[in-house]
Design a protein around this ligand. Structure first.
Ligand code: HSE
Length: 466
């Protein structure tokens, strides 16, 4: 598509950078021959986007009235591929030149990570391009800057692919549920961790084998520690909280624990107690503050989230008017995320073709009104807990542990002691009633310093009431 350039914004389509005095129907762009896309990154998701642009080309042209054209692809290691229509002429290593080209309408950023993605996205916006990205790490860290740059120019930043893969959760929060005030948003948003936990708990797989399978399936980030240490989940929670509550959290404000400290033994003992382990992202509005945390969580087996397995994600939204709704689907991988990218491309293309101004409020709030979040300290968060002590097998030890917990206001709901097995210590598993995290940590520190246990006590938060 070739729109005349706006005077003040290089590359910006004049049909979108009015004022003009025509009626809405007359404003429909009549010179557009196509909508032209530049793709940054052609890995798992980018490859899926290329395939969809090729195989669904006729359907997209039918829906838009003009074709979507892949006009350039920047990727360091990409080779021409005739089956995908990737000719040598289409491929470049010069991303900075590609995002500034006059014949590009929409820049799709799928490099991931912070740089050069952030610089390229800002450059694309400065040259009047709308942007589509699946880069949750970049938006969680630099969203305020990027959304403000887009809003100043009336350009769109589509980021449906950044959370929940094929689940259209960004549109749900920004558009479908815009009429409600949200109390909480929580769920399973990392396909890699959910696959690992599913194969460990249901098929008895080792952690490293389960991770390797997730990597082979193209689910994991280039650096998989971003998945398994919980950071990817925290990035997604920042975006969900921004959409749900109109506050900007930084990843550093989200208490984040991954799944690497979860032992196969704890997963088995928790199952015996009636719980399934999941990595949850949880954000709740709490007066003027926000509760935001990511960690392994035990859910009763009959909780819906306990049955969300493998690469599936599921997100609950709790609104004052509507109550609770649940969104579930494939959360990662080639086609789920590529479909979300195409959804943003199509929406932006429709707006451009209709002479619209893009989505100035990418988050659903005027960017200047998005507040910095005040986050409730984790010490004040109240939960039930699963505890495991490797306790000396001696008279009085269990009572001594129980009395420290009691002295810190922690009431025990049930206890299981596992068999001796010829060792000096035995696993003692406890489930507690609700207590603030501050009290639990104080009690565990006190117990760890005694000779009653020979290892750091393990604890996992239990959510009975989500
Ligand atoms: N690594 C991410 C996941 C990809 O496993 O969920 C999708 O965001």
């Amino acid at each position: 598509m070739r729109w005349p350039k706006a005077a003040s914004v290089p590359g910006r389509a004049a049909s979108c950078a009015r004022p003009d005095h025509r009626g809405p129907l007359e404003r429909v762009n009549t010179v557009a021959q196509s909508v032209r896309i530049a793709l940054l990154g052609c890995g798992t998701v980018g490859g899926g986007v290329v395939k969809l642009l090729r195989t669904h080309a006729a359907a997209y042209a039918h829906k838009l009235g003009v074709p979507l054209v892949l006009a350039g692809v920047a990727d360091r290691s990409l080779k021409p591929d005739r089956s995908l229509g990737l000719t040598g002429k289409l491929i470049t290593r010069d991303s900075a030149a590609l995002v500034a080209r006059d014949d590009i309408d929409i820049v799709v950023e799928l490099f991931g990570g912070q740089e050069p993605a952030r610089t390229l996205v800002l450059r694309a916006l400065a040259h009047g391009k709308d942007v589509v990205t699946g880069n949750k790490a970049m938006l969680a860290q630099h969203g305020a800057e990027i959304f403000a740059a887009a809003a100043r120019r009336g350009l769109a930043v589509g980021f449906e692919a950044s959370v929940g893969g094929g689940i259209p959760i960004i549109r749900v929060l920004r558009e479908a549920l815009v009429g409600d005030r949200h109390r909480a948003v929580y769920g399973i948003v990392n396909g890699t961790c959910n696959s690992i936990l599913t194969t460990m708990s249901m098929r008895g797989a080792e952690f490293k084998d389960a991770l390797a399978a997730a990597q082979r399936a193209g689910l994991a980030e280039a650096d998989p520690s971003i998945d398994i240490e919980g950071h990817d989940t925290a990035h997604k929670l920042c975006l969900l909280a921004a959409l749900a509550f109109g506050v900007m959290l930084t990843p550093a404000q989200v208490h984040t624990e991954g799944i690497t400290r979860l032992t196969p033994e704890d997963i088995v003992y928790a199952r015996e107690l009636g719980y399934t382990a999941k990595l949850l992202a949880i954000a709740k509005a709490d007066g003027g503050a926000i509760e935001a945390h990511v960690h392994p969580t035990l859910l009763p087996h009959d909780h819906v989230l306990a049955s969300i397995n493998d690469v599936y994600n599921a997100i609950y939204i709790d609104g004052e008017a509507l109550g609770t709704t649940l969104y579930s689907g494939l959360g990662a991988g080639e086609m789920p995320s590529a479909t979300a990218v195409i959804a943003d491309i199509m929406e932006i293309a429709r707006e451009r073709l209709a002479g619209g101004m893009g989505r100035a409020h990418a988050l659903g709030y005027p960017v200047g009104l998005v507040r910095r979040a005040r986050v409730k300290p984790m010490d004040d968060v109240v939960c039930e807990y699963y505890l495991r002590f490797m306790a000396r097998d001696q008279p009085g030890v269990l009572g001594a542990i129980a009395s420290v917990l009691g002295a810190n206001g922690i009431s025990i709901a049930s206890v299981i002691q596992k068999g001796r097995g010829g060792k000096n210590t035995v696993p003692v598993i406890m489930r507690t009633h609700e207590a603030p995290e501050r009290n639990l940590k104080r009690a565990l520190k006190r117990i760890e310093r005694t000779r009653w246990v020979d290892a750091e006590p393990a604890f996992i938060r239990i959510e009975e009431n989500l």
